[in-house]
Ligand binder design. Sequence first.
Ligand code: FE2
Length: 358
Amino acid sequence: MSKPICKIADIIFVRFELIDLAPQKEYMEHFGMFLAYETADTIFYRGTGTAPYCYVATKGNTNRHIGTAYRANAFSDLEALAAAKGVEIVENTDPGGGHKVTIMDPDNIEIEVYYGMEVAERITIDPKRLNTGVDKPRENALQRFGRGSDEWQLHNDRWVYELTSKVKRLGHTAINVADAAASVDWYAKTLGFLVSDNLIGPDGAASIGAFMRCNQGDMPVDHHTLNNVQIMGEPRPAFGHAGYEVTDSVDDLMAGHYHMKTVDKYYHEWGIGRHLLGSQMYDYWRDPTGFTHEHWTDGDLLDATIAATDTPARDLIMAQYGPEVPSSFGASMPSEDVDSFRAATPSLSDLVKMMEQQ
Ligand SMILES: [Fe+2]
């Protein structure tokens, strides 16, 4: 393959337009993010990691995913992108500073590439040590999460578990694309992404998408920073989900699950389970406008020496363990429409069943 225009370092944030920011602010706090900045019309939420923010939403006339932002390794990468795409390098006037270029991907997703953004101070948490059947590093120390049983508090007449997850960073997005080959090719040639898994469709031949990662040479990176999957037909909302790594592993994810479940305001999309492709434990929740956000932990790390694997669609759909994947997974829609969509559409695991029974 020809040399890419640049090799981006990592993902930074997702950008949305929302009609009403107030319910989203409440969701973000339940989901386990921290308000980093707020202007008259824009909210910026961060995790405990070093990105100044990992979620941005601006007040507007529609509810839509605008795009995704990535971090370049060098200013010369912005110069190369600007020259190749015929766009300007502009100063970032939002919090965090630095410079950026903005381009569009083949599915009209806005791609911002930043260099020189500020590095935020980490929010430190106490990492937990886990005793297992074979390794017991914790002795004479009690395992306590948050305030122990005091995390359970009565809200009116109902028990709510108050400890949220602590999001660390945005790790990836999943997008629904019109043409898998065109999307995979664009991300490889423009941002230097490598294919971790090439998804082979039901015909056993054509690619229906990929899990793609950053190319940082011998430095291991997340198994995927992007998952592009070809979806036939319209409407085809391009945004599938945004996946955020939690700070402290399994209990951090589980605590957040029980928090989201007991506040009882949001649609639980899928989980808890363990993915096959990328291996993360996952838990997916829809936000007030129906966009899906994932808590994940314990993902695979690969360096650039690992070759792409051809992977059957079955491995995309069937997790290592967990509940069966619903038909609505990956589709953005208002939460109130999800039940009727699921009732009218065969589940993805039923499609795999049909394929295997043929
Ligand atoms: Fe994900």
